[in-house]
Each structure stands twice: as C-alpha cells, then as structure tokens.
Design a protein around this ligand. Sequence first.
Ligand code: SF4
Ligand code: SF4
Length: 172
Amino acid sequence: MLNAIKSFYEILKGMGITARQILRGSQTYQYPETKRPVRQRFKGRHELRRYDNGLEKCIGCALCAAACPADAIFVEASENTDEKRFSPGERYASTYEINMLRCIFCGYCEDACPTEAIVLGDNYEMSFTDRSQSIYTREKLLVPVPPGGNPTPQQVEPGMFDRSIPMMENPD
Ligand code: SF4
Ligand code: SF4
C-alpha cells in the first residue's frame, strides 16, 4: 500500500514538472531563423579591428601569437610607407592567420594585443568541410571599413605617422 502511494506521488510530481514546462512556453530557438543572443563576455570568432579612418589597428607585433597557448596564430609583418599605409604604426601584418581548428577561444590573444586590434566577437557560425577552410586569413578577419573611412592601403602625407606604435588614449 505504501509503495502504491509513493508511486502515485512520483507520478503526480512528474506531471507537475511537465505542466510547469508547458506553461513556460517553448524554450527552443528556431535556429538559424532565430539566433540566441550571446552573453556580454561571449568569445566568438575573432575580428581584426580598424580605426575610424579605415587604417588597421594591427601593427604586426605578433604578441598575440606569442601569447596563444594553442599556437593557432601566425603573423608576418611588413613595413608601412607613406605611399602604402595599412596601419598607423611602423609595421602592419601582411600575413595574419588563425587556425580555428587549434583555437580554444581563451581570449589570451585579445589580452596581449597592445592596440586592441584582435577581438573575439559575437560570431559563432563557423563550419568547415575542409581543413584549409579553418585557416582564417587577414582578409577574412578584417572588419569592413567604417563609414567615412578609406580602405587600406592608404596614401598619406609624408611624416604624418612617425611612431612605431600608435598613441593609445585610455584603452578599455
Ligand atoms: S583565443 Fe586563445 S587559442 Fe584562440 S587564437 Fe586567441 S590565444 Fe590562441
Ligand atoms: S593583433 Fe595585436 S598583438 Fe597581434 S600582431 Fe596585431 S597588434 Fe600585435
């Protein structure tokens, strides 16, 4: 008899949970039509940021590559000139690659970057059918030129940029 009461109680408990879930409504996002908003500190696909004038923030210092515990980043730097300027610094990243199959999305690269050029953004839609597609190149990672800015390379006035590392005002 005691067992029957216990079983009946468990059934009622289960039905209660089911009823509660029905009243809460659907918790399923109909992806990809509806995308679940990401949290403020979400670490998704990387972006290489630009300044408002369109110049690239990356100065090719490779500190991000040095900080990466997964050895996922490869950077090759080249010199800027006033005729062909990519960044406000002395150098820019002529090659910048992230192997997304290696990346563990720790964010150390973002922490190490002195110019806040590499940022882990909100995008989590990454899928590959081939290993070579997992290499995200500079062209793929660079954000679009902001309105009012110019694409890189830019031609600038001689002597306009004379610092090896751009001046940073109150970095966040
Ligand atoms: S998020 Fe971490 S693992 Fe991925 S590239 Fe940056 S430092 Fe490397
Ligand atoms: S992303 Fe930042 S740390 Fe990496 S090479 Fe560019 S400037 Fe240096």
